[in-house]
Design a protein around this ligand. Structure first.
Ligand code: F6P
Length: 318
């Protein structure tokens, strides 16, 4: 018989090779268990009548879907149970939440990224970033920049693919097998050949982007393919394979939706994605040209503009 390498074994090898503690393994086991549970809840949601909205808005003023809340509850449960997490920041929680005083890690997450897809059970993602607490002194609970993350990941749901980056080590994808285990690490690196590159942005807002971005689009859009799934997690998934650039710029002078700082959340969307893309050989910046990984958040739910993908392409735009 042929057996595939599991995520757990892959990570164990990495931790032993680098003479690290096994606490990180316990944390990742909790995250993986939560992700499998979220995946199951998502795929059975239509039959269980769980596709609708709850009668409440989140901190960002957006409607909370039943599945958003379920996913948040599942993830919080397993993170707490692991005993490894000092504090979490979740898109679904107004304030940071303390879980275990003795925990070694801070976890920042978006339980279900791509909310407009949720009510249709279309693809979404569970995105997370992990930083270490202060292990040598008193923890001051400052919000970590992406450069301080030790790892980040995205579970794309329901396709059962897990993309995982370890700082300074690389980025890999794992597939959910029939027994419910993530297996077969495959290192990812963005293709440098522009033949397969795609652009991904919401064209409905195009005329509300800055002049600079609008003229870049005019000059460049015919050179590449175009795809937009409406969920950052799944648009990134195409990007990891095909290369190109995803961008969500600042939107101004729009009659209804203005995003003067950009729409996406810095800590659990942009920084999570930026670490993966960096480890896959790419680059992520905001519209001012600041490397996303270098931005220290001032607020837990801070927004940012995002330009992410092959470095030469991102730099030709910003
Ligand atoms: O906030 C998250 C998000 O749902 C992303 O996953 C996605 O890329 C973006 O918003 C879609 O926004 P819009 O509907 O404005 O294109």
């Amino acid at each position: 018989m042929k057996f595939e390498q599991t995520f757990n074994h892959f990570l164990l090898e990495h931790q032993l090779e680098n003479k690290r503690t096994l606490n990180f393994l316990i944390l990742m086991e909790a995250i993986i268990t939560a992700a499998r549970y979220v995946q199951f809840s998502y795929t059975s949601a239509a039959l269980e009548n769980n596709l609708g909205a709850l009668n409440q808005n989140n901190i960002q003023g957006e409607q909370v879907m039943k599945l958003d809340q379920m996913a948040n509850e599942i993830i919080l449960h397993y993170l707490k149970e692991s005993g490894q997490v000092m504090q979490v920041i979740s898109e679904e929680l107004e304030e940071p939440l303390s879980l275990n005083d003795a925990g070694r890690y801070m976890v920042y997450f978006d339980p279900l990224d791509g909310s407009s897809n949720v009510k249709h059970a279309l693809p979404v993602g569970f995105m997370f970033g992990i930083a270490k607490r202060n292990l040598t002194g008193v923890e001051d609970y400052h919000l970590r920049a992406g450069k301080d993350f030790i790892a980040s990941g995205i579970f794309t749901i329901p396709n059962g693919i897990f993309t995982f980056a370890l700082k300074n080590s690389g980025a890999w994808q794992f597939f959910l097998d029939k027994t419910g285990v993530f297996v077969r690490p495959q290192k990812i690196s963005l293709p440098e050949d522009s033949f397969s590159w795609e652009l991904s942005f919401n064209p409905a807002y195009q005329t509300f982007y800055s002049e600079k971005i609008q003229s870049w689009i005019k000059e460049n859009q015919n050179k590449y393919g175009f795809r937009y799934t409406g969920a950052l997690a799944t648009d990134l998934h195409r990007l990891f394979r095909n290369g190109g650039m995803f961008f969500y710029p600042i939107i101004s002078n729009h009659p209804k939706k203005n995003y003067p700082e950009g729409k996406l959340r810095l800590m659990y969307e942009c920084a999570v994605s930026a670490l993966i893309i960096k480890e896959a050989g790419g680059y992520a910046t905001n519209e001012e040209g600041i490397d996303i990984l270098e931005i220290t958040p001032e607020k837990a739910h801070q927004r940012s503009s995002l330009f992410i993908g092959n470095k030469s392409l991102v730099q030709s735009c910003i």
